[in-house]
Design a protein. Structure first.
Length: 203
């Protein structure tokens, strides 16, 4: 079978690979999901689940975080995500900006990955704030634009524009899956890749 002639270093590759990226999932909790206005909520959930499934398929480190569960003011991550993530323990915070939580930042840095794929609710707050801080610390940030949402279309767009202007690199969930797979000759993940992509595309 023909393979890629120029196989790039999976660590140094400028594109995302299973060896150079980590996924951060922040505040996908029922209250936040219910407040999303910028996109249809069922599509949002389907898209973020596709992101999580892709991350699991390719063995990416996943950092999951919630806000205000321990205080009793909020409820845990939506079951659609935890069903995919399994035993990954959420880092619960009180800080609105996850990057201001020491446990969260320590866990992210412990992955050893400099490319951070990020999904969070809301776009304009819980995505924008840690993305800006991570960029400032030298990380490459990839917000998955169709797996995040804001309290209005304007707020969502403003959040994405702000982090893009700071150097973030917007990506879609299907672009992410294709970027991680990269080659149909990679048989170990080919069937899983097809399942993630074609079971998640919306009519």
């Amino acid at each position: 079978m023909r393979t890629l002639q120029n196989v790039r270093d999976p660590i140094e590759d400028k594109l995302l690979t299973p060896q150079n990226a980590a996924l951060l999932i922040i505040d996908f909790q029922p209250v936040q999901v219910a407040s999303i206005v910028s996109m249809e909520r069922r599509e949002l959930i389907a898209n973020v689940v596709a992101v999580a499934r892709a991350a699991k398929l390719y063995g990416l480190p996943i950092v999951l975080s919630t806000v205000n569960v321990a205080t009793g003011l909020n409820t845990p991550t939506i079951h659609q995500l935890t069903d995919v993530l399994g035993e990954i323990e959420a880092i619960d915070r009180t800080s609105i900006n996850a990057w201001e939580d020491e446990d969260f930042v320590t866990t992210v840095k412990a992955t050893g990955r400099k490319k951070l794929i990020m999904v969070a609710l809301w776009t304009e707050v819980c995505l924008a704030f840690p993305a800006l801080d991570a960029l400032e610390e030298g990380f490459d940030v990839y917000p998955v634009v169709d797996a995040v949402g804001g309290t209005s279309v304007v707020a969502h767009r403003a959040g994405l524009e702000r982090i893009a202007q700071a150097g973030a690199r917007p990506i879609t969930w299907i672009q992410l899956a294709c970027e991680l797979q990269r080659d149909w000759a990679r048989e170990a993940t080919r069937a899983g890749f097809v399942d993630v992509v074609f079971s998640s595309i919306h009519p």
